[in-house]
Design a binder for this molecule. Structure first.
Ligand SMILES: [Zn+2]
Length: 921
């Protein structure tokens, strides 16, 4: 005890003064407890009852000692979680080590802990190096593999709380760490600690959890309420699920847009733990879910991985029966989408899965079956599942190491064996910035990416220097396949079952999107080749920058930037914020030197800018990656001249966007993120209450992300909005916001939503005459088969069937100023059931539309009826109104911030639209 006190005191001295106060507080509270428990022998901690017959070592600080409450008595805040882990590390630094792996948007530290025997914790980097060697059969021979498998420990990565309002997992993480450290001689722990490193990421979403805990405790009164109607049980907008930018980070593992995800990807690539578990919560009336997962599985997962997760599930069954916990498996939560926290790790070879516990969403929850669910119950279940997982990982040490190696061997072999798509190439293309982003994104995932430094031929086609390529005969080959191939099919049996359900008027069971091809979402041209590429190249890493350039920086007349990619977008938003005068041309033009520039291209003229403007252009080119060309003559040989009325002067618009109830949080957050962090331009979020009552004259653009606006806009608010548009405002609407402005009550956008189209409308309808006589009765009918019953029970004039998420081909008008510089073909994500009839020319114009039924589906699974009905229907509608206009997307262009291929269209909808509106200036 004395030694322990000294360790605390010593360590405290070398920390900074702020944390010193915190640490001293821990020391003093620990000492108080020790003093009061004087005379007790070691192992006399009586505080815990979550794992029977366990003696906890007095040297490890308990919940009460560090936090002042027992496990499960409070929903631990982010800061207290951190304090608890720091106290554990101080008490047992040889057996637990904490690491920071990143910072959240709001500046909170993201941490993970490694727990294990001292000899393992001492050399974690050595462990990581060996796991990396084991993961590459191209450099590690069979003999070396045997040697590695003999010395490597088993390893498990437990990640908690990616959804910030799924609260119990973080407290379970704390309990798991305490249990392993304070009871190393308990039988199961002993087995685990004999050969396994347990990694714990106790809180993947500190910003979301902080939002939850602060608001939760702010609503608590005299006593906790278990009533699901109480304020305590109902989180205010935007709830704690998401991070600062309101991302569902369990969907972010494909595009890695958030720093929290980026940190995890980096650290998992470093250690490559054998098993990864992501712990969640679900509705409080449900019990507990663990593997086996529901169908469908991603076809690039291996049977070994599925089997290993099955082993873990089976072990949970044993423990859960012992504790009397009820549970279910297989019925929901699939493993198809590769961007979940439990699917991404499978693509470096781990066995991974998700657990879900029915949530108390507070201190206590009244279940529909009459049982009272307490917070402690939920922590208990996740804790038991965590220990049970580590037990299986320890028991299957050899098998797991063998399987992870075999995964790499198989991945390389299947890449080599692919007779069609062994190699993916990203040729040099107009969207230079997009190709670069996709290449570096794959490098961040841990994929080997090459860029040619010379021109070459592959599969009979010529490629120029600068072409990127990825050979799938590499350990990450299967990840490349599932993210690059245009179509990943769900198993036939599953699809048939969904069609059967639909025919019986039952809901489908597709859990998330059915398409995610990155080249499609980024709208990047790719080729496939079945042979190894032979060309000089450099390998691309995650930090590789897109170089910008200025040709002829002494230009006497102007600088020109070709429009059409994100480098040009960043150049524009940077230039506007720096006060440069920028023109944009509505049509393509050609210069005397034969250079041709697409519509939308930017012109920065010497005559209207300040003397030092060329210096600024150089800086902006460097920051944005744009290719800028200086010209000494404004003579144009084709298309509009620099002084033509087919040019507009861009001005930096003030952009407002709707925020708070009833906007869908993710749509709001994702949209704000895309504008602020991808377009690099500020946006003002305005709460709906303020938005509907205020004068918006200070703003040139207002964005309504998806949401249930009917709830919040009364007649006067709609009138206010309309007069703002008429005075020159640009209203941009997405998804459900488009539905709102098109609704008959609002009637700002002159389009109508369609009912589901029915081929045969000759179904027998109610006999009107008899219905008028007696409204409670209908004409008699004869049914001759069961289908008649189904037909009669179907709602007439219903919406088209709901779509879980597919990628659709969209054709873009090439002659309108709003679509200047946008590719003729883009890809949109289609979800839900909204299909619109086109706008007529007397009101506006359809500027982008879904292609014909044969080509519409770019990727995923779409009901035949929807495919037929969606064909040639609008995706983007433009409608002038007074001096302003509406720009309406019938689907959301910013979902998950991974539809990069739509970003130029979105930029035009904001910046070119603002330049074309005619407010009184
Ligand atoms: Zn969750």
């Amino acid at each position: 005890m004395i030694r322990f006190f000294n360790l605390y005191a010593f360590t405290t001295l070398i920390k900074n003064s702020v944390s010193m106060i915190v640490k001293l507080w821990i020391v003093s509270s620990v000492c108080v407890v020790f003093a009061s428990s004087h005379g007790a022998t070691e192992g006399a901690i009586k505080e815990y009852d979550l794992w029977p017959n366990t003696e906890y070592n007095i040297k490890i600080p308990t919940h009460t000692q560090v936090l002042g409450y027992k496990v499960g008595e409070r929903i631990t805040s982010y800061a207290d979680m951190l304090r608890f882990f720091e106290a554990l590390e101080l008490a047992a630094p040889e057996r637990i080590k904490l690491f920071e792996y990143g910072r959240t948007w709001e500046g909170r530290k993201l941490i993970y802990a490694a727990i294990g025997a001292p000899e393992l914790i001492k050399d974690l980097d050595g462990f990581a190096k060996n796991m990396q060697k084991l993961s590459d059969p191209r450099v590690t021979n069979k003999q070396q593999v045997k040697g590695l498998q003999a010395v490597l420990p088993s390893s498990v990565w437990l990640e908690y709380g990616v959804h910030g309002n799924e609260i119990s997992s973080t407290d379970a993480a704390m309990m798991t760490a305490y249990h392993l450290l304070a009871a190393p001689d308990e039988a199961t722990n002993k087995k685990i600690l004999s050969n396994t490193i347990v990694f714990i990421d106790p809180l993947q979403n500190p910003d979301g959890r902080t939002r939850f805990t602060q608001r939760y405790y702010a609503t608590v009164g005299l006593a906790h309420s278990s009533d699901r109607m109480s304020a305590e049980q109902n989180e205010p907008w935007p709830q704690g699920r998401t991070n600062h930018y309101l991302f569902d980070m369990n969907r972010d593992w494909l595009a890695i847009t958030q720093p929290e995800t980026a940190g995890k990807v980096k650290i998992l690539n470093h250690y490559r733990p054998l098993v990864v578990i992501d712990l969640h919560e679900m509705g409080g009336d449900k019990s507990y879910f663990f593997a086996p997962s529901a169908q469908p599985f991603n076809p690039y997962m291996t049977q070994n991985q599925i089997d290993n997760i099955g082993l873990i599930g089976r072990n949970h069954g044993k423990h859960f029966d012992r504790f009397g916990f009820d549970y279910f498996t297989r019925e929901v939560y699939d493993a198809f989408y590769p961007g979940y926290g439990d699917s991404w790790p499978t693509f470096y070879g781990a066995s991974a899965s998700t657990y879900e516990v029915g949530s108390a969403r507070g201190q206590a929850f009244q279940k529909n079956n009459g049982e009272l669910l307490t917070y402690k119950d939920t922590v208990h279940k996740h804790f038991v599942a965590s220990i049970s997982t580590a037990e299986v990982v320890a028991d299957n040490h050899e098998k797991l190491l063998k399987d992870v190696y075999q995964y790499q061997v198989d991945a390389i072999a299947s890449g080599k064996a692919d007779k069609k798509e062994r190699v993916y190439l990203l040729p040099t293309q107009r969207d230079r910035a997009g190709a670069h982003k996709l290449a570096t994104l794959m490098a961040r995932h841990g994929v080997e990416v090459n860029q040619a430094t010379e021109s070459f031929k592959a599969c009979g086609k010529d490629y120029s220097a600068g072409t990127y390529w990825i050979d799938t005969a590499q350990p990450r080959g299967k990840f490349v396949k599932t993210t690059f191939t245009k179509q990943v099919d769900m198993p036939n049996k599953f699809v048939k079952e969904q069609e059967r359900r639909r025919a019986r008027l039952l809901d489908h069971e597709i859990y998330d999107v059915t398409a995610w091809s990155l080249p499609l979402m980024f709208n990047i041209e790719t080729d496939a080749c079945n042979r190894v590429i032979k060309a000089n190249s450099v390998s691309i890493d995650a930090t590789h920058n897109l170089p910008g350039s200025v040709l002829n920086p002494q230009a006497s007349v102007a600088f020109v930037v070709a429009w059409g990619d994100m480098a040009a977008v960043r150049f524009l938003t940077g230039a506007l914020q720096q006060g440069l005068v920028v023109k944009s041309v509505d049509k393509a033009f050609g210069l005397e030197d034969k250079r041709v520039f697409p519509a939308g291209s930017l012109i920065i003229e010497r005559r209207v800018n300040k003397a030092d403007y060329a210096d600024l252009v150089l800086v902006l080119a460097d920051q944005s990656g744009a290719s800028v060309i200086g010209v000494d003559s404004s003579w144009v040989i084709d298309g509009p001249s620099f002084g033509s009325s087919n040019t507009v002067t861009m001005s930096p618009p003030n952009i407002a966007m709707a925020w708070d109830e009833p906007v869908y949080p993710q749509s709001a957050g994702n949209t704000r993120f895309v504008i602020e962090r991808q377009l690099h331009y500020p946006v003002t979020a305005i709460r709906i209450d303020m938005l509907t009552k205020s004068n918006l004259a200070n703003y040139q653009v207002l964005i309504l992300p998806s949401g249930d606006y009917q709830k919040s806009f009364d007649k006067s608010a709609v009138k206010n909005l309309k007069s703002w548009i008429q005075n020159g405002g640009v209203l941009v609407t997405f998804g459900k916001a488009t539905q709102f402005v098109a609704s008959s009550d609002v009637a700002l956008l002159d389009v109508k939503r369609e009912f589901a189209y029915k081929k045969s409308e000759e179904k027998k309808s109610i006999d009107k005459e008899s219905a008028e006589k007696d409204k409670s009765r209908v004409k008699g009918q004869l049914y001759i088969e069961k289908q008649n019953l189904l037909d009669a029970s179907e709602v007439q004039q219903k919406s088209p069937d709901n779509v879980a998420g597919i990628l659709a081909n969209v054709e873009v008008d090439q002659e309108h100023w709003l679509t200047a510089g946008v590719n003729k073909n883009v890809v949109a994500l289609v979800t839900g059931s909204d299909i619109y009839a086109p706008i007529t020319l007397n009101s506006g114009k359809n500027l982008a539309w879904f292609t014909g039924p044969e080509t519409l589906l770019a990727s995923g699974y779409l009901w035949q009826e929807n495919k037929e009905q969606l064909a040639y229907k609008p995706f983007l509608i433009h409608q002038p109104l007074g001096k302003g206009m509406l720009v309406s997307f019938t689907q959301e262009p910013t979902t998950r911030a991974y539809l990069d291929g739509l970003n130029v269209l979105l930029t035009n909808s904001i910046f070119r639209a603002a330049a074309h509106a005619k407010p009184l200036r």
